[in-house]
Design a protein around this ligand. Structure first.
Ligand code: G4P
Length: 287
């Protein structure tokens, strides 16, 4: 898959995050709960290895909660606290702040033990992740402010500001931007299927066909898919994913002259519905 992600932007993002990490005590890494592997850049393990860490499995409202629970257990077993979050729910935002406070206490204890601190230090927090996982939304919700204020573009220099989110916690108002890794395990396709890569740079029919195949591989998701598009198992038994896409197009009235199906339109409908959780709560990476 040919995705326009400029190498210059990646270098800039990497340098930005490396320069800021020195100031940080706690790193909150935001992932998409539907694709915790493909929305993760493992470089964070290296960049944040000396820091207290929290993983936020965001957009948990769109993911399969059974799978999210398994991912949380997986991260916990690897020594990283993970939280399932729907960033529109105030209590989920509070869960993040509470966890930051807990990690802050560990930082404080470590500092106190090493340099005999008499006073409470301020813990500094960075929210990091690849584009579109919800970093800015979470920063704005924690800071209780307007969505427009966070810049998210690599290559744009922004003045760093700290937001006091609790008596001894400062949050950096600019997210640490990691870049998506598109090289392994169909990561590019999964990022596209979840809307983390814009559809306009893609072969959307190809992505839709891969999405259909992924759903059909899992009995639970296959059932949701058949119900959503009013298809029977017998209808699709002998069909490939492109034929199924055509069937969806026909059912949804995506026709062009001569009675042919507009498969681009059908793909867009399917991808929009999958991305928005309208087929069901679906995780594309199960552990
Ligand atoms: P970023 O800073 O990491 O790039 O992400 P940002 O906050 O801009 O969020 C990206 C999209 O994800 C936004 O939708 C936002 O509303 C949505 N989002 C954030 N958190 C959640 C969540 O917990 N659940 C769900 N369902 N959506 C969430 P958008 O502006 O409409 O963009 P798009 O969805 O059209 O890409």
């Amino acid at each position: 898959m040919n995705i326009n992600y400029y190498p210059g932007h990646m270098v800039k993002a990497q340098n930005d995050i490396k320069s800021v990490i020195k100031l940080i005590d706690i790193v909150v890494e935001v992932l998409d709960a539907r694709i915790p592997m493909s929305s993760r850049n493992p470089i964070v393990d290296d960049i944040a290895k000396e820091k207290q860490r929290i993983i936020v499995l965001n957009k948990a409202d769109l993911a399969d909660s059974e799978e999210t629970k398994k991912w949380i257990k997986h991260f916990e077993e690897n020594g990283i606290t993970a939280l399932a979050v729907d960033s529109s729910i105030p209590n989920d935002i509070k869960k993040i702040i509470d966890e930051i406070s807990k990690k802050g206490e560990i930082v404080y204890k470590d500092k106190k033990d090493s340099i005999n601190l008499e006073y409470n230090p301020i813990y500094r927090v960075l929210i990091a992740g690849i584009p579109n996982v919800g970093k800015s939304t979470i920063i704005n919700k924690i800071a209780k402010r307007n969505a427009a204020e966070v810049s998210n573009r690599p290559g744009v220099t922004v003045r760093k500001q700290w937001i006091r989110v609790a008596s001894n916690i400062d949050l950096l108002d600019t997210p640490g931007l990691l870049w998506p890794r598109l090289d392994e395990n169909n990561a590019g396709e999964k990022l596209a299927l979840t809307g983390n890569i814009k559809q306009d740079v893609l072969d959307i029919e190809g992505v839709a066909c891969i999405g259909i195949e992924m759903l059909l591989e899992n009995d639970k998701y296959k059932k949701m898919f058949l119900e959503k598009y009013k298809l029977n198992q017998e209808d699709i038994d002998t069909l490939d994913s492109y034929d199924i896409l055509e069937m969806i197009g026909r059912k949804r009235g995506c026709l062009v002259s001569g009675g042919n199906v507009d498969t681009m339109k059908a793909s867009k409908i399917f991808l929009d519905e999958l991305k928005a959780g309208k087929i069901g709560k679906i995780s594309l990476e199960c552990i």
